[in-house]
Design a protein around this ligand. Structure first.
Ligand SMILES: *[C@@H]1O[C@H](CO)[C@@H](O)[C@H](O)[C@H]1NC(C)=O
Length: 311
């Protein structure tokens, strides 16, 4: 009798010590993420996840760029990074999944996004599915003035705007399936983005004073990482976010910032041929997104990025 009484507290104490570990092990979702589409955005995302100790599977349509991607991401990170073909992956599901392939490669974009979601994502895992949409979904605005939009602003009539319609179709599938939508502003690196397309041209369409919202590719990838690592994934299920650096510029300002960089210094700024009847663009207010995802851009503005960029 005396022995039994003595044993009970010891056992109880043992359980208390063991339990936190058991609980953590049972509740922690394996940090394994499938990334569909490994272009500039996808490879920056893979790299950031690998740096945060995730296991990452990049999924592409063809093997054409596999060697380049491997180099860009910095090798297989001791077996933690692998590349697979979409077709080879049909019966494996992942707790975390990101669809960041652009619409251009698909006949039916909404169907492709839905397909990836149902086939690749383990919805019961407590993980997260992220779809990278575009702020372009809000349409170009009108000529009478600049309006500000946020994640809950109304969208244009899809029948007037095929580009928005395709994104809306994809977003609807993601929302219905419990995924998370990140609408990204105009993406750039030093070599990629609207500025790179414009510089050196004589004439470019659009108003010089039309507004463009911006986001560095690495910051776009960072916002996806923030969504994947959000403390309570149920808070972002089925939600839509708007991600930009919060420093929108006019087309003219973008060019003026661009020539501050070594790479573009001395280049000619094109003449923008837009008329007063053309749309002014919209300003993205992503402040609610920044707090929901607990995310801030690493590159505070396009202008600072360009001014700081050296050869
Ligand atoms: C979004 O904008 C609308 C209209 O300006 C405003 O009523 C609403 O509070 C905003 N939502 C957020 C989350 O900031």
């Amino acid at each position: 009798m005396k022995n039994r009484l003595l044993l009970t507290p010891i056992l109880a104490w043992g359980l208390v010590l063991a339990c936190p570990t058991l609980f953590t092990a049972a509740m922690a979702v394996p940090r394994e993420c499938a990334v569909v589409g490994v272009g500039v955005l996808g490879s920056s995302l893979c790299q950031q996840l690998l740096d945060n100790d995730w296991k990452v599977i990049g999924i592409t349509k063809t093997t054409n760029r596999h060697d380049d991607i491997m180099k860009q991401v910095g090798g297989d990170h001791g077996g933690k990074f692998s590349l697979e073909l979409a077709d080879d992956n049909l019966d494996k599901k992942y707790p975390y999944c990101v669809f960041c392939a652009p619409p251009s490669g698909f006949d039916d974009y909404p169907a492709a996004v839905e397909d990836a979601m149902t086939k690749l994502w383990d919805q019961e895992s407590g993980g997260v599915f992220v779809f990278t949409s575009s702020g372009g979904i809000y349409g170009p605005g009108d000529s009478s003035g600049i309006s500000t939009v946020n994640e809950s602003s109304p969208l244009p009539d899809p029948s007037d705007n095929p580009r928005s319609a395709r994104l809306m179709g994809a977003e609807d599938k993601v929302r219905a399936g419990g995924g998370t939508i990140l609408r990204l502003a105009g993406l750039y690196t030093l070599d990629r983005g609207a500025h790179n397309f414009w510089m050196g041209k004589e004439e470019v369409g659009g108003r010089a004073d039309g507004i463009i919202n911006l986001l560095h590719y690495d910051d776009a990838a960072g916002s996806v990482v923030a969504a994947l690592q959000v403390e309570d994934p149920t808070t972002i299920k089925g939600q839509t976010y708007l991600v930009s650096d919060g420093q929108p510029l006019t087309r003219q300002q973008i060019c003026e910032s661009t020539i501050k960089s070594d790479k573009y210094s001395g280049m000619k700024i094109p003449k923008f041929t837009g008329q007063d009847s053309d749309p002014m663009g919209k300003i993205y207010d992503g402040s609610a997104t920044e707090s929901a995802l607990n995310w801030r851009p690493r590159y505070p503005s396009f202008d600072e990025f360009m001014a700081a960029s050296k050869k």
